[in-house]
Design a protein around this ligand. Sequence first.
Ligand SMILES: NC(=O)c1ccc[n+]([C@@H]2O[C@H](COP(=O)([O-])OP(=O)(O)OC[C@H]3O[C@@H](n4cnc5c(N)ncnc54)[C@H](O)[C@@H]3O)[C@@H](O)[C@H]2O)c1
Ligand SMILES: [Zn+2]
Length: 363
Amino acid sequence: MSDDVIVDGLAYPVVIADDASVTLARLLAVDCTSAVVVFDRRVEPRARAITAALTSAGVDVRGFVDVSGGESLKRARTVAGLYDAWLASGADRKTFVVAIGGGTVTDVVGYAAATYLRGVPWAAVPTTVLGMADASIGGKTGIDLPQGKNLVGAFWQPKAVVADLASLATLPARERSTGLAEAVKCAIIGDPPLLDAVDRLAVRAGPQAWKDVIVSAARVKVAVVAEDPRESGRRAVLNLGHTVGHAIELASDYRVTHGEAVSVGLRAAGLIARTQGWWPESDHARVLSVLHRAGLPLHVDGVMPGSVMKGMSRDKKSVDGRIRFVLPLAIGDVRHGIEVSPPVARAAIEACLAPPPASEWRT
Ligand SMILES: NC(=O)c1ccc[n+]([C@@H]2O[C@H](COP(=O)([O-])OP(=O)(O)OC[C@H]3O[C@@H](n4cnc5c(N)ncnc54)[C@H](O)[C@@H]3O)[C@@H](O)[C@H]2O)c1
Ligand SMILES: [Zn+2]
Protein backbone atom coordinates (compact mmCIF):
# COMPACT_ATOMS: atom_id res chain seq x y z
CA MET A 1 0.00 0.00 0.00
CA SER A 2 1.27 3.41 -0.83
CA ASP A 3 0.76 4.68 2.71
CA ASP A 4 2.97 1.98 4.19
CA VAL A 5 6.12 3.22 5.87
CA ILE A 6 9.13 0.97 5.46
CA VAL A 7 11.73 1.21 8.21
CA ASP A 8 15.04 0.28 6.56
CA GLY A 9 18.11 -1.19 8.18
CA LEU A 10 17.53 -4.87 8.80
CA ALA A 11 17.81 -7.92 6.55
CA TYR A 12 14.02 -8.24 6.53
CA PRO A 13 11.34 -5.65 5.85
CA VAL A 14 9.84 -3.79 8.80
CA VAL A 15 6.66 -2.11 7.60
CA ILE A 16 4.20 0.08 9.47
CA ALA A 17 1.07 -0.60 7.43
CA ASP A 18 -2.41 0.86 7.65
CA ASP A 19 -3.78 -2.59 6.83
CA ALA A 20 -1.34 -5.49 7.19
CA SER A 21 -3.46 -7.90 5.17
CA VAL A 22 -2.54 -6.36 1.83
CA THR A 23 1.12 -5.85 2.68
CA LEU A 24 1.80 -9.21 4.32
CA ALA A 25 0.21 -11.15 1.46
CA ARG A 26 2.34 -9.21 -1.04
CA LEU A 27 5.57 -9.72 0.93
CA LEU A 28 5.07 -13.40 1.74
CA ALA A 29 3.55 -14.59 -1.52
CA VAL A 30 7.03 -14.68 -3.10
CA ASP A 31 8.49 -17.58 -1.04
CA CYS A 32 5.63 -18.79 1.06
CA THR A 33 3.37 -21.54 -0.22
CA SER A 34 1.91 -22.70 3.09
CA ALA A 35 1.34 -21.08 6.46
CA VAL A 36 -0.10 -21.53 9.91
CA VAL A 37 -1.61 -18.46 11.52
CA VAL A 38 -1.52 -17.98 15.30
CA PHE A 39 -3.47 -15.00 16.58
CA ASP A 40 -4.61 -13.28 19.75
CA ARG A 41 -8.35 -13.84 19.99
CA ARG A 42 -8.86 -10.17 20.76
CA VAL A 43 -7.89 -9.38 17.16
CA GLU A 44 -9.78 -12.21 15.50
CA PRO A 45 -11.46 -10.01 12.84
CA ARG A 46 -8.06 -8.66 11.81
CA ALA A 47 -6.60 -12.19 11.81
CA ARG A 48 -9.45 -13.34 9.55
CA ALA A 49 -8.83 -10.47 7.13
CA ILE A 50 -5.09 -11.19 7.02
CA THR A 51 -5.69 -14.91 6.52
CA ALA A 52 -8.19 -14.26 3.73
CA ALA A 53 -5.62 -12.08 1.97
CA LEU A 54 -2.95 -14.78 2.28
CA THR A 55 -5.33 -17.35 0.85
CA SER A 56 -6.23 -15.06 -2.06
CA ALA A 57 -2.51 -14.64 -2.73
CA GLY A 58 -2.25 -18.42 -3.17
CA VAL A 59 -0.88 -19.37 0.27
CA ASP A 60 -2.24 -22.66 1.62
CA VAL A 61 -3.26 -21.67 5.18
CA ARG A 62 -3.17 -24.98 7.04
CA GLY A 63 -3.84 -23.84 10.56
CA PHE A 64 -5.67 -20.98 12.30
CA VAL A 65 -4.87 -21.14 16.00
CA ASP A 66 -6.21 -18.71 18.57
CA VAL A 67 -4.40 -17.88 21.80
CA SER A 68 -5.12 -15.53 24.65
CA GLY A 69 -2.52 -12.73 24.78
CA GLY A 70 -0.97 -11.73 28.09
CA GLU A 71 2.23 -12.47 29.98
CA SER A 72 0.97 -15.87 31.15
CA LEU A 73 0.94 -17.00 27.53
CA LYS A 74 4.74 -16.92 27.53
CA ARG A 75 5.32 -20.36 29.03
CA ALA A 76 6.51 -23.77 27.94
CA ARG A 77 2.97 -25.17 27.95
CA THR A 78 1.96 -22.75 25.19
CA VAL A 79 4.95 -23.77 23.10
CA ALA A 80 4.06 -27.45 23.46
CA GLY A 81 0.46 -26.69 22.46
CA LEU A 82 1.65 -24.86 19.34
CA TYR A 83 3.89 -27.80 18.31
CA ASP A 84 0.87 -30.11 18.63
CA ALA A 85 -1.37 -27.83 16.59
CA TRP A 86 1.24 -27.35 13.88
CA LEU A 87 2.00 -31.06 13.60
CA ALA A 88 -1.74 -31.79 13.41
CA SER A 89 -2.14 -29.29 10.59
CA GLY A 90 0.77 -30.75 8.63
CA ALA A 91 3.12 -27.79 8.99
CA ASP A 92 6.48 -28.74 7.45
CA ARG A 93 9.88 -27.06 7.31
CA LYS A 94 8.78 -24.70 4.57
CA THR A 95 5.55 -23.67 6.27
CA PHE A 96 5.56 -20.08 7.47
CA VAL A 97 4.32 -19.27 10.94
CA VAL A 98 2.41 -15.99 11.07
CA ALA A 99 2.04 -14.48 14.57
CA ILE A 100 -0.69 -11.85 14.93
CA GLY A 101 -0.93 -10.11 18.30
CA GLY A 102 0.97 -8.15 20.89
CA GLY A 103 4.48 -8.71 22.20
CA THR A 104 3.54 -11.77 24.21
CA VAL A 105 2.18 -13.49 21.10
CA THR A 106 5.13 -12.60 18.85
CA ASP A 107 7.63 -13.59 21.61
CA VAL A 108 6.17 -17.04 22.29
CA VAL A 109 5.11 -17.87 18.73
CA GLY A 110 8.48 -16.68 17.42
CA TYR A 111 10.19 -18.94 19.94
CA ALA A 112 8.06 -21.92 18.93
CA ALA A 113 8.91 -21.15 15.27
CA ALA A 114 12.62 -21.01 16.19
CA THR A 115 12.50 -24.53 17.61
CA TYR A 116 9.78 -26.38 15.67
CA LEU A 117 11.57 -28.75 13.26
CA ARG A 118 14.77 -26.88 14.27
CA GLY A 119 13.39 -23.65 12.97
CA VAL A 120 10.74 -22.62 10.46
CA PRO A 121 10.27 -19.22 8.79
CA TRP A 122 7.98 -16.78 10.53
CA ALA A 123 6.45 -13.35 10.20
CA ALA A 124 5.25 -11.00 12.92
CA VAL A 125 2.11 -8.89 12.67
CA PRO A 126 2.13 -6.74 15.81
CA THR A 127 -1.24 -5.40 16.94
CA THR A 128 -0.23 -3.39 20.03
CA VAL A 129 1.70 -0.14 20.17
CA LEU A 130 4.39 -1.90 22.19
CA GLY A 131 4.63 -4.72 19.67
CA MET A 132 4.85 -2.35 16.70
CA ALA A 133 7.36 0.01 18.25
CA ASP A 134 9.53 -2.56 19.94
CA ALA A 135 8.79 -6.22 20.67
CA SER A 136 8.33 -7.52 17.12
CA ILE A 137 11.57 -5.98 15.86
CA GLY A 138 14.98 -7.54 16.32
CA GLY A 139 14.44 -11.29 16.33
CA LYS A 140 14.49 -11.85 20.10
CA THR A 141 11.95 -14.51 20.95
CA GLY A 142 11.29 -16.29 24.20
CA ILE A 143 9.24 -17.35 27.18
CA ASP A 144 9.28 -16.75 30.93
CA LEU A 145 10.11 -19.13 33.76
CA PRO A 146 8.53 -18.89 37.21
CA GLN A 147 11.86 -17.41 38.37
CA GLY A 148 11.82 -14.55 35.90
CA LYS A 149 10.93 -13.07 32.57
CA ASN A 150 12.41 -14.08 29.24
CA LEU A 151 14.80 -16.58 30.79
CA VAL A 152 14.50 -18.97 27.84
CA GLY A 153 14.65 -17.86 24.24
CA ALA A 154 16.36 -17.70 20.90
CA PHE A 155 17.41 -15.15 18.35
CA TRP A 156 15.27 -16.03 15.36
CA GLN A 157 14.84 -13.38 12.73
CA PRO A 158 11.42 -13.08 11.12
CA LYS A 159 11.06 -12.92 7.34
CA ALA A 160 8.94 -9.80 7.73
CA VAL A 161 7.41 -7.56 10.37
CA VAL A 162 4.19 -5.87 9.29
CA ALA A 163 2.50 -3.70 11.91
CA ASP A 164 -1.26 -3.56 11.47
CA LEU A 165 -2.32 -0.04 12.44
CA ALA A 166 -5.98 -0.90 11.77
CA SER A 167 -5.95 -3.23 14.76
CA LEU A 168 -5.17 -0.36 17.14
CA ALA A 169 -8.83 0.70 16.90
CA THR A 170 -9.72 -1.90 19.55
CA LEU A 171 -6.63 -1.51 21.76
CA PRO A 172 -7.61 -0.34 25.27
CA ALA A 173 -6.19 2.91 26.64
CA ARG A 174 -4.07 1.17 29.25
CA GLU A 175 -2.31 -0.86 26.55
CA ARG A 176 -1.83 2.23 24.39
CA SER A 177 -0.14 3.97 27.30
CA THR A 178 2.05 0.98 27.99
CA GLY A 179 3.42 1.17 24.44
CA LEU A 180 4.19 4.83 24.88
CA ALA A 181 6.65 3.99 27.65
CA GLU A 182 8.83 2.27 25.02
CA ALA A 183 8.45 5.27 22.71
CA VAL A 184 9.67 7.57 25.51
CA LYS A 185 12.57 5.17 26.06
CA CYS A 186 13.46 5.35 22.35
CA ALA A 187 13.30 9.14 22.46
CA ILE A 188 15.79 9.24 25.34
CA ILE A 189 18.07 6.76 23.57
CA GLY A 190 18.31 8.70 20.37
CA ASP A 191 15.42 10.81 19.10
CA PRO A 192 14.64 13.97 21.12
CA PRO A 193 11.82 15.18 18.78
CA LEU A 194 10.01 11.88 19.44
CA LEU A 195 9.51 13.00 23.03
CA ASP A 196 7.55 16.02 21.78
CA ALA A 197 5.54 13.82 19.43
CA VAL A 198 4.56 11.53 22.33
CA ASP A 199 3.62 14.58 24.35
CA ARG A 200 1.30 15.81 21.58
CA LEU A 201 -0.43 12.46 21.07
CA ALA A 202 -3.83 11.88 22.66
CA VAL A 203 -3.90 8.36 24.06
CA ARG A 204 -7.41 7.76 22.67
CA ALA A 205 -6.67 9.08 19.18
CA GLY A 206 -7.46 6.89 16.16
CA PRO A 207 -4.90 4.54 14.55
CA GLN A 208 -3.61 7.08 12.00
CA ALA A 209 -2.59 9.53 14.72
CA TRP A 210 -0.23 6.89 16.10
CA LYS A 211 1.68 6.32 12.92
CA ASP A 212 4.44 8.92 13.33
CA VAL A 213 5.24 7.98 16.93
CA ILE A 214 5.35 4.28 16.06
CA VAL A 215 7.51 4.86 12.98
CA SER A 216 9.99 7.02 14.93
CA ALA A 217 10.26 4.55 17.80
CA ALA A 218 10.65 1.63 15.38
CA ARG A 219 13.45 3.55 13.62
CA VAL A 220 15.38 3.89 16.88
CA LYS A 221 14.92 0.19 17.63
CA VAL A 222 15.95 -0.86 14.10
CA ALA A 223 19.05 1.36 14.20
CA VAL A 224 20.22 -0.10 17.51
CA VAL A 225 19.50 -3.69 16.53
CA ALA A 226 21.18 -3.29 13.13
CA GLU A 227 24.36 -2.19 14.90
CA ASP A 228 24.37 -5.10 17.36
CA PRO A 229 22.08 -7.96 16.29
CA ARG A 230 23.10 -10.42 19.03
CA GLU A 231 23.33 -8.04 21.92
CA SER A 232 27.04 -8.05 22.53
CA GLY A 233 27.27 -4.35 23.26
CA ARG A 234 25.28 -1.33 22.14
CA ARG A 235 21.94 -3.19 21.99
CA ALA A 236 21.96 -3.08 25.77
CA VAL A 237 20.84 0.57 25.54
CA LEU A 238 17.35 -0.75 24.76
CA ASN A 239 17.28 -1.87 28.35
CA LEU A 240 16.96 1.69 29.57
CA GLY A 241 14.33 1.65 32.32
CA HIS A 242 14.11 -2.15 32.13
CA THR A 243 16.54 -3.19 34.87
CA VAL A 244 14.23 -1.85 37.55
CA GLY A 245 11.19 -2.29 35.26
CA HIS A 246 11.51 -6.06 34.86
CA ALA A 247 12.07 -6.46 38.59
CA ILE A 248 8.91 -4.43 39.31
CA GLU A 249 6.89 -6.53 36.89
CA LEU A 250 8.02 -9.68 38.65
CA ALA A 251 7.62 -8.26 42.19
CA SER A 252 4.07 -7.16 41.34
CA ASP A 253 3.28 -10.60 39.92
CA TYR A 254 2.64 -8.90 36.54
CA ARG A 255 -0.19 -6.77 37.95
CA VAL A 256 1.81 -3.84 36.60
CA THR A 257 2.08 -3.97 32.78
CA HIS A 258 5.46 -4.01 31.05
CA GLY A 259 5.18 -0.39 29.94
CA GLU A 260 3.97 0.80 33.33
CA ALA A 261 6.95 -0.91 34.96
CA VAL A 262 9.28 0.62 32.37
CA SER A 263 7.81 4.05 33.10
CA VAL A 264 8.73 3.71 36.78
CA GLY A 265 12.05 2.16 35.72
CA LEU A 266 12.81 5.22 33.57
CA ARG A 267 12.26 7.40 36.62
CA ALA A 268 14.56 5.16 38.68
CA ALA A 269 17.28 5.27 35.99
CA GLY A 270 16.97 9.06 35.93
CA LEU A 271 17.33 9.28 39.71
CA ILE A 272 20.42 7.05 39.61
CA ALA A 273 21.92 9.08 36.76
CA ARG A 274 21.42 12.23 38.83
CA THR A 275 23.50 10.72 41.63
CA GLN A 276 26.34 10.40 39.08
CA GLY A 277 26.04 14.05 38.18
CA TRP A 278 24.52 13.21 34.78
CA TRP A 279 21.06 13.91 33.41
CA PRO A 280 19.97 17.51 33.90
CA GLU A 281 17.14 18.12 36.32
CA SER A 282 15.13 19.72 33.50
CA ASP A 283 15.44 16.57 31.31
CA HIS A 284 14.32 14.39 34.22
CA ALA A 285 11.34 16.65 34.89
CA ARG A 286 10.39 16.73 31.20
CA VAL A 287 10.46 12.94 30.89
CA LEU A 288 8.33 12.51 34.00
CA SER A 289 5.74 14.96 32.73
CA VAL A 290 5.53 13.27 29.30
CA LEU A 291 5.14 9.84 30.95
CA HIS A 292 2.43 11.21 33.21
CA ARG A 293 0.55 12.81 30.32
CA ALA A 294 0.78 9.50 28.46
CA GLY A 295 -1.23 7.94 31.28
CA LEU A 296 1.74 6.13 32.81
CA PRO A 297 2.57 5.76 36.50
CA LEU A 298 5.62 7.37 38.07
CA HIS A 299 5.58 5.14 41.12
CA VAL A 300 4.45 1.67 42.09
CA ASP A 301 2.39 0.64 45.10
CA GLY A 302 2.40 -2.58 47.03
CA VAL A 303 5.84 -4.01 46.21
CA MET A 304 8.71 -4.45 48.65
CA PRO A 305 12.01 -2.79 47.77
CA GLY A 306 13.78 -6.00 48.81
CA SER A 307 11.88 -8.06 46.26
CA VAL A 308 12.67 -5.57 43.51
CA MET A 309 16.37 -5.73 44.46
CA LYS A 310 16.24 -9.52 44.42
CA GLY A 311 14.56 -9.50 41.02
CA MET A 312 17.30 -7.26 39.66
CA SER A 313 20.14 -9.46 40.86
CA ARG A 314 18.44 -12.42 39.17
CA ASP A 315 17.99 -10.48 35.96
CA LYS A 316 19.60 -12.41 33.16
CA LYS A 317 21.59 -9.33 32.23
CA SER A 318 23.39 -9.20 35.56
CA VAL A 319 26.90 -10.64 35.33
CA ASP A 320 28.42 -12.38 38.38
CA GLY A 321 25.53 -11.00 40.44
CA ARG A 322 26.55 -7.41 39.66
CA ILE A 323 23.85 -5.16 38.31
CA ARG A 324 24.64 -2.98 35.34
CA PHE A 325 22.44 -0.10 34.32
CA VAL A 326 21.75 1.92 31.25
CA LEU A 327 21.66 5.51 32.39
CA PRO A 328 20.59 8.67 30.58
CA LEU A 329 23.07 11.49 30.09
CA ALA A 330 20.66 13.80 28.27
CA ILE A 331 17.54 13.35 26.15
CA GLY A 332 19.01 11.61 23.09
CA ASP A 333 22.13 10.24 24.81
CA VAL A 334 22.54 7.22 27.08
CA ARG A 335 25.41 5.10 28.40
CA HIS A 336 25.23 1.37 29.07
CA GLY A 337 27.16 -1.07 31.27
CA ILE A 338 27.29 1.25 34.29
CA GLU A 339 27.75 -0.66 37.50
CA VAL A 340 25.60 0.80 40.26
CA SER A 341 26.20 0.01 43.92
CA PRO A 342 23.30 -1.74 45.69
CA PRO A 343 22.65 1.16 48.14
CA VAL A 344 22.30 3.65 45.26
CA ALA A 345 19.95 1.30 43.37
CA ARG A 346 17.93 0.67 46.51
CA ALA A 347 17.54 4.38 47.26
CA ALA A 348 16.15 4.94 43.75
CA ILE A 349 13.74 2.04 44.13
CA GLU A 350 12.56 3.30 47.49
CA ALA A 351 11.94 6.74 45.99
CA CYS A 352 9.84 5.09 43.26
CA LEU A 353 7.43 3.63 45.81
CA ALA A 354 5.95 7.11 46.25
CA PRO A 355 4.88 9.76 43.74
CA PRO A 356 7.64 12.19 42.79
CA PRO A 357 7.75 15.27 45.02
CA ALA A 358 7.06 18.57 43.27
CA SER A 359 10.79 19.33 43.43
CA GLU A 360 11.52 16.32 41.19
CA TRP A 361 9.40 17.31 38.22
CA ARG A 362 7.27 20.42 38.58
CA THR A 363 10.06 22.75 37.55
N1 LIG B 1 11.26 -9.57 21.93
C1 LIG B 1 11.54 -8.33 22.27
O1 LIG B 1 12.52 -7.76 21.81
C2 LIG B 1 10.63 -7.61 23.21
C3 LIG B 1 10.79 -6.24 23.41
C4 LIG B 1 9.90 -5.58 24.25
C5 LIG B 1 8.89 -6.29 24.88
N2 LIG B 1 8.78 -7.64 24.68
C6 LIG B 1 7.73 -8.39 25.34
O2 LIG B 1 6.45 -7.94 24.88
C7 LIG B 1 5.49 -8.29 25.85
C8 LIG B 1 4.49 -7.18 26.03
O3 LIG B 1 3.83 -6.97 24.80
P1 LIG B 1 2.39 -6.27 24.74
O4 LIG B 1 2.40 -5.07 25.59
O5 LIG B 1 2.05 -6.13 23.31
O6 LIG B 1 1.47 -7.31 25.53
P2 LIG B 1 0.33 -8.36 25.12
O7 LIG B 1 0.72 -9.21 23.99
O8 LIG B 1 0.01 -9.04 26.40
O9 LIG B 1 -0.89 -7.45 24.70
C9 LIG B 1 -1.50 -6.64 25.67
C10 LIG B 1 -3.00 -6.94 25.79
O10 LIG B 1 -3.66 -6.41 24.65
C11 LIG B 1 -4.45 -7.42 24.01
N3 LIG B 1 -4.42 -7.04 22.60
C12 LIG B 1 -3.42 -7.19 21.70
N4 LIG B 1 -3.73 -6.55 20.56
C13 LIG B 1 -4.95 -5.99 20.73
C14 LIG B 1 -5.78 -5.18 19.92
N5 LIG B 1 -5.35 -4.73 18.73
N6 LIG B 1 -7.00 -4.82 20.40
C15 LIG B 1 -7.38 -5.20 21.65
N7 LIG B 1 -6.63 -5.92 22.48
C16 LIG B 1 -5.41 -6.31 22.02
C17 LIG B 1 -3.80 -8.71 24.41
O11 LIG B 1 -4.73 -9.76 24.38
C18 LIG B 1 -3.34 -8.42 25.84
O12 LIG B 1 -4.41 -8.56 26.72
C19 LIG B 1 6.25 -8.61 27.13
O13 LIG B 1 6.17 -9.99 27.38
C20 LIG B 1 7.66 -8.21 26.82
O14 LIG B 1 8.63 -9.01 27.49
C21 LIG B 1 9.61 -8.29 23.85
ZN1 LIG C 1 10.33 -3.28 26.90
